[in-house]
Design a protein around this ligand. Structure first.
Ligand code: HEC
Length: 161
């Protein structure tokens, strides 16, 4: 429940920042939001809650967001659900208690659907200015070629228990 609220807060804060940057400066300015503000929002929520909060994906833009083994399996299950016909925005979050060397952890992930507004920076046909800006910041970018309705990635939370 609280995990859902934290993710809701992450998603809506980021969405708000992204949309206002798109309006004032266009996608090249909005790239700054994703580049700087997204990790800041995650860090703020992590500091508030004491949990580890972030975003991840099977096709990464920022290698810092790489999934661990549990996250990778959940991302694959989200993709499988969508391939089987579940709309990406209706895929249910996944949670599990995992035993680690440092004790039990509550893990929670919620799928992030690709919407039309994401395609400017994650789609198949990216404007050359944006492409160049992305190449500068993310030389190993894999997070393009998406279509609306696919799972772009997930919000992920780890809580110590
Ligand atoms: C203005 C360009 C832009 C738009 C529009 C955009 N993104 Fe991104 N996205 C980025 C950048 C830049 C990063 C890398 C952020 C970082 O360094 O952590 C990113 C990273 C991500 C990540 C983290 C995983 C990874 O690949 O590193 C997810 C998930 C994501 N975006 C989803 C979305 C979704 C969903 C939308 C639409 C609601 C969206 N993005 C719209 C530029 C954009």
């Amino acid at each position: 429940m609280e995990s859902r609220e934290a993710i809701q807060q992450f998603a809506s804060t980021l969405q708000g920042e992204l949309m206002s940057a798109m309006e004032t400066g266009g996608p090249t300015e909005a790239i700054q939001v994703c580049n700087e503000v997204a990790p800041e929002i995650a860090a703020d929520i992590s500091a508030d809650t004491g949990w580890d909060v972030g975003r991840t994906s099977l096709k990464l833009r920022n290698p810092d967001n790489a999934p661990d083994e549990w996250e990778r399996a959940v991302l694959e299950s989200f993709d499988a659900e969508v391939a089987a016909g579940t709309p990406a925005d209706e895929v249910a979050p996944s949670h599990e208690v995992i035993q680690t060397e440092d004790g039990a952890r509550f893990r929670f992930m919620a799928a992030i659907p690709t919407g039309g507004q994401c395609l400017a920076c994650h789609g198949e046909d990216i404007d050359s200015d944006i492409k160049h800006a992305l190449e500068r910041l993310y030389p190993e970018d894999e997070a393009t070629g998406y279509q609306a309705g696919q799972v772009r990635g997930a919000f992920t939370i780890t809580q110590e228990m």
